[in-house]
Design a protein around this ligand. Structure first.
Ligand code: TPP
Ligand code: MG
Length: 1041
């Protein structure tokens, strides 16, 4: 636009002088010297402002340094504008513009038309502005802009008044050459295509009125940051809301409701403090205004069609939010406080439990306008912010299942602490999912309980950015900082956030600047580390006292009315406390509608077969290997698809990727949802999956698995490349998987070892979530694993870590009778290292074909993806009696694959039984075949955890004279060995075959690095271990020294 060009031209000479003109008073407290704005225009403005500082003489704000008197602005003809404010080019440009306007006023932008009318004095409605110089016009605009960009730095945000910030010099009219004498002069302010007060039909205003307006809008108890958003429509929308709406103009009914909610928020804490004085509750004191803020946010969202809200939050304020926002019955909360009675109806499935401030819950809550809204607060571990992606994934799944395509029915709210929001990387990883097509939830409302301290650490030691919210700027989220003592401002900011989310379906942040009245928890002493802050806090009134005083002063409520509200709240709290003594919780409170009929570990669930009718296999097989007419795939991909089609047609040579696609397709036709996400999963890191085809001429995409049924719903099969985040994306998929059990949700790591970036999700959620929170999850985690000489970072998925987290007892053989067996229901998760495509197919299908859900960790292969021997026949996938794969029970996942050479129950001649898992099997078998060794048996432990006791015992008994070897390619301190050894020893003992020291280990020696980085050494090591496992002589290294 014209004015932009003029300005940027004007900037150049200004920039030249900027360096020498110093930044007098420019550095605001808490800010760096770098401009705080993101887009070029704003950067230009800041530079210009500094340059224009030459003209500023007297500070209207009384900044600490005295500025010199400003020259009185004089009207200057355009043709004379050759000073260093406008260089030659821009004045020529202006003159051209003026000539065009003189010839035809309509030929220029309407704002210039108005401008020139005023400038030349012909505007009818512009008395008194004809003396306004072009410099003044521009400087005035810069001043307005400065408020929009930096007004928040002068806002009154800190309730304690400790964060003394010098108002930024950009907000000083003197910087722009204005003096007191100008305050009552009228100025013309063009529309400049901006919303807000500039767009009102009042182009002429006094400087005083303009400044008042800006101060009120930007420097009150809400500080707005939005000028980093590079979108005119969004900025204008916000400008309109900020500059033309008066926050806090609420009527008496509304105020009474806000007060009522604030009373609940405040008195809940004091009541609990009084009843359980010595118990940690991580109270909300100091930020009680969160409760009315959240409730108004939810009411507002409900009025705009939101039916369900998923909430994730930290320890702080959790009980208050549970009771007052989610409306978990207070008697239940109080009962849990008293020590909690274990659920009575299904004793056994009570898990390990968790501390009260981690538990989640969900309820249907009526809103003030008579609607109902479903609220769920997701259970979470102590690890701050780790719940964020889980909440977002769950929200997305809810949207999928409620056909909420425009994402208006379900939304997420995340509540954060100031320290954790700026400190934890998962915050950023989650924010970054917000606009990805397969991960977006249409915007999350983030609320920060910014109590200006993290445990004992001050903000200046815990973050490098001025605000704790600055990370959200990277995602162009608007940020509303609000003084937590001003309840109406908090309510206003929360409403605005809900409105933003509803309008733009994007993230937004409300930063409630508050304080923490007590220590980190109630039994902590805060004055050890924050003495001055706590002196102030001691005498600081509560936000409730402040609000009550205000309402009484305004004459909106009397002291008696306020007391009546407080008495009512107290009596309900007391009543609930009394009722809590008899409260008996129901275990199944946690089950959402979709989980009805699912079984806990105490209820026996029969094992089902997973074979599929041959005709279904053929028909889905056809759709998943067919490329539509006119689509031009890459040549190599075409070949892969041809061989896929051929394997289905002939029933022979089905490879890994085809088996996976068959598992997905058969689950889809059975009505399940399938979702696979992770880095580069569409093609597959190892270029084997090709789930998405790319037309080599048009770039169009085709996903065969979207077409296994007629009119298949769009997202029913989802395969999606993710952002390059493990923690965020795994957390997201975990949350997604927990919503509905009829979904097969998979996350694939690029290489298995990268999963350690998501360790918190494995440790805190996946392996222990069911025990702690009684929440089941059937998430599948695919971790590429195997020693192919790719070096220490791409060989091992760290199998040992998943096995170490397994909770089955190595020394106790559980009930293994197939009709009574609950082993797999009782263990916390399953870990497999599967060696055939058919077994992979069945283990995936097994996830869904059972009445409970259990996480599945798969060590998935790399070189087996193309290995000639790693193929299955289609008959191993079907349910036809007599076909390979069909055994006594039918066709199902094989937890252990016995040696194909030996069938009898007793094979006395076998001198060694090699137990192994994963791809090393093929290397062992290859050497055995080439060496024609007949007296060696090799069994594959396909499911390491839970340990297949029955099958191991069967094999031990089959080979009564065999030496027992565990062979692995990983180092001794890694892989399956440390998990297998004690269990194998227990089995040996039970079979009367020996003890721990009778187990022979063949594998790499203990090592710090997972693998060698030297390719040749890898080959040597691998060869050596395979040869050793098959050597003639007995193996020496038993497990004792
Ligand atoms: C990932 C993680 N690291 C450390 C802790 C220990 N911890 C618990 S609360 C807390 C301070 C959190 O500060 P802030 O986010 O500002 O929340 P506040 O307690 O002030 O509400 C810390 C360090 C934790 N729970 N999680
Ligand atoms: Mg804090």
């Amino acid at each position: 636009m014209a004015w932009q060009r003029v300005l940027s031209a004007a900037t150049r000479p200004a920039l030249r002088t900027a360096r020498s003109l110093a930044t007098r008073g420019y550095h605001a407290v808490g800010s760096s010297s770098a401009p705080l704005v993101g887009d070029t225009w704003n950067r230009v403005n800041n530079q210009t402002l500094r340059a224009l500082g030459t003209f500023s003489c007297r500070s209207l704000h009384g900044t600490s340094e005295k500025l010199q008197a400003a020259p009185v602005p004089q009207a200057v003809a355009l043709s004379k504008l050759t000073d260093n404010f406008l260089d030659g080019t821009s004045s020529v440009y202006l003159e051209e513009l003026q000539r065009a306007w003189e010839a035809d006023p309509k030929s220029v932008d309407p704002s210039w038309d108005t401008f020139f009318k005023n400038f030349t004095g012909i505007a009818e409605s512009a008395p008194g502005v004809s003396g306004q110089t072009i410099q003044e016009s521009m400087r005035l605009l810069l001043l307005v802009r400065a408020y929009q960009v930096n007004g928040h730095m002068k806002a009154k945000l800190d309730p304690l008044g400790l964060d003394v910030r010098t108002p930024p010099v950009e907000l000083d009219p003197a910087l722009y050459g204005f003096t007191e004498a100008d305050l009552d002069r009228e100025f013309f302010l063009g529309v400049w295509r901006m919303a807000g007060f500039l767009s009102e039909n009042r182009p002429i205003q006094t400087l005083r009125a303009i400044l008042n307006r800006l101060e009120r809008a930007y420097c009150g108890t809400i500080g707005y940051e939005y000028m980093h958003i590079p979108d005119r429509e969004k900025c204008n929308w916000l400008r309109d809301k900020i500059e033309t709406q008066e926050p806090g103009k609420y009527g008496s009914t509304r105020r009474a409701r806000i007060l009522d909610r604030l009373v609940w928020g405040t008195n809940f804490e004091s009541f609990v403090a009084q009843k359980w004085a010595a118990t940690k509750r991580f109270g909300l004191e100091g930020c009680e205004t969160l409760i009315p803020g959240m409730k108004e946010l939810i009411d507002y969202a409900a009025d705009r069609g939101v039916e369900s809200v998923v909430i994730g939050m930290t320890h702080r304020a959790r009980l208050n939010v549970l009771g007052n926002v989610v409306r978990k019955p207070l008697r239940q909360i109080f009962s849990e406080f008293t020590g909690g009675i274990r659920p009575a109806d299904e004793a056994g499935y009570t898990g390990s439990g968790d501390v009260k401030y981690h538990l989640g819950t969900s309820y249907d809550r009526p809103t003030s306008s008579g609607k109902r809204i479903h609220l769920s607060l997701v259970a979470n571990p102590s690890h701050l912010e780790a719940v964020n992606p889980v909440v977002i994934g769950k929200t997305r799944a809810k949207q999928y299942y409620s056909h909420d395509k425009d994402r208006s029915k379900t939304m997420a709210i995340l509540i954060h602490g100031d320290g954790s929001f700026s400190g934890q990387g998962v915050v950023y990883e989650t924010l970054h999912l917000s606009d990805l097509p397969n991960y977006t939830t249409g915007g999350t409302v983030h609320i920060i309980l910014n109590n200006q301290v993290a445990f004992t650490t001050d903000p200046k030691s815990s973050r490098s950015s001025p605000y704790c919210t600055d990370v959200a700027k990277a995602l162009n989220a608007p940020i509303f900082h609000v003084n937590g003592d001003d309840v109406e401002a908090v309510v206003h900011a929360c409403e605005l956030a809900a409105e933003w989310r509803s309008k733009f379906k994007a993230d937004v942040v409300v930063d409630i600047v508050c304080y923490r009245r007590f220590g980190h928890n109630e039994i902590d002493e805060p004055s050890f580390t924050q003495p001055t802050m706590y002196q102030v806090i001691k005498n600081h009134p509560t936000s409730l006292q402040i609000y009550e005083k205000k309402l009484v002063e305004l004459g909106q409520l009397t002291q008696e009315e306020i007391k009546a509200i407080e008495d009512r709240v107290y009596s309900i709290l007391n009543e609930e406390f009394n009722n809590s003594k008899d409260y008996v919780p129901k275990t199944r409170d946690w089950l959402s509608a979709y989980w009805g009929g699912f079984k806990g570990p105490e209820q026996l669930s029969r094992i089902r077969n997973t074979g599929v009718k041959p005709e279904i296999l053929k028909s889905v097989g056809k759709s998943l290997s067919t490329i539509p007419e006119g689509f031009t795939p890459h040549r190599a991909v075409k070949r892969i698809y041809q061989s896929r089609a051929q394997s289905i047609e002939t029933g022979q040579g089905v490879d890994w990727a085809t088996a996976e696609a068959l598992a997905f397709a058969t689950l889809l036709v059975e009505g399940n949802h399938v979702r696979l996400s992770g880095q580069d999963v569409e093609r597959g890191t190892f270029s084997h999956r090709h789930a998405v085809l790319h037309d080599q001429q048009t770039g169009a995409k085709y996903v065969p698995l979207d077409h296994v049924m007629m009119d298949q719903e769009d997202e029913m099969f989802t395969v999606s490349n993710s952002s390059l985040s493990e923690f965020g994306v795994l957390g997201f998929e975990l949350g997604y998987s927990m919503e509905n059990p009829n979904s097969l949700v998979l996350w694939e790591a690029q290489f298995g070892d990268f999963a350690n970036g998501a360790q918190v999700i494995f440790d805190q959620f996946l392996s222990s979530g069911e025990a702690k929170w009684l929440r089941q999850a059937g998430l599948v985690v695919l971790l590429p694993h195997g020693y192919d000489g790719q070096g220490p970072e791409h060989s091992s998925a760290r199998l040992e870590r998943y096995l170490q987290a397994a909770d089955d007892n190595p020394y106790v053989i559980p009930e293994m009778d197939p009709s009574l067996r609950k082993q797999i229901q009782e263990v916390n998760w399953q870990v497999v290292n599967v060696t055939t495509p058919a077994n992979y197919f069945h283990v995936l299908r097994r996830q869904i074909h059972r009445d409970f859900r259990k996480p599945l960790i798969v060590m998935s292969p790399k070189n087996l993806l193309r290995h000639a021997a790693c193929k299955s026949n289609l008959s191993e996938f079907d349910d036809v009696q007599g076909h390979d794969g069909f055994d006594k029970q039918g066709t199902r996942f094989k937890r252990l694959i016995k040696d194909y050479n030996f069938e009898s129950v007793r094979e006395e001649s076998v001198r060694r039984l090699i137990l192994c898992s994963g791809k090393v099997y093929y290397e062992l078998d290859e050497l055995r075949q080439s060496a024609q060794l007949k007296d060696l048996a090799i069994c594959r432990v396909e499911q390491l955890c839970p340990f297949p006791w029955d099958l191991i015992l069967r094999e031990l008994n089959r080979y009564p004279n065999a030496e027992i070897v565990w062979c692995q390619e990983e180092p001794m301190n890694m892989g399956g060995f440390t998990y297998i050894a004690p269990r194998l020893a227990t089995a040996l003992k039970s079979a009367g075959r020996g003890a721990y020291e009778d187990i022979k280990y063949v594998g790499r020696p203990p090592s710090a690095a997972t693998a060698t980085g030297f390719g040749s050494l890898h080959v040597e090591e691998q060869k050596e271990l395979v040869h050793k496992a098959l050597q003639d002589a007995p193996i020496k290294n038993g497990l004792t020294a």
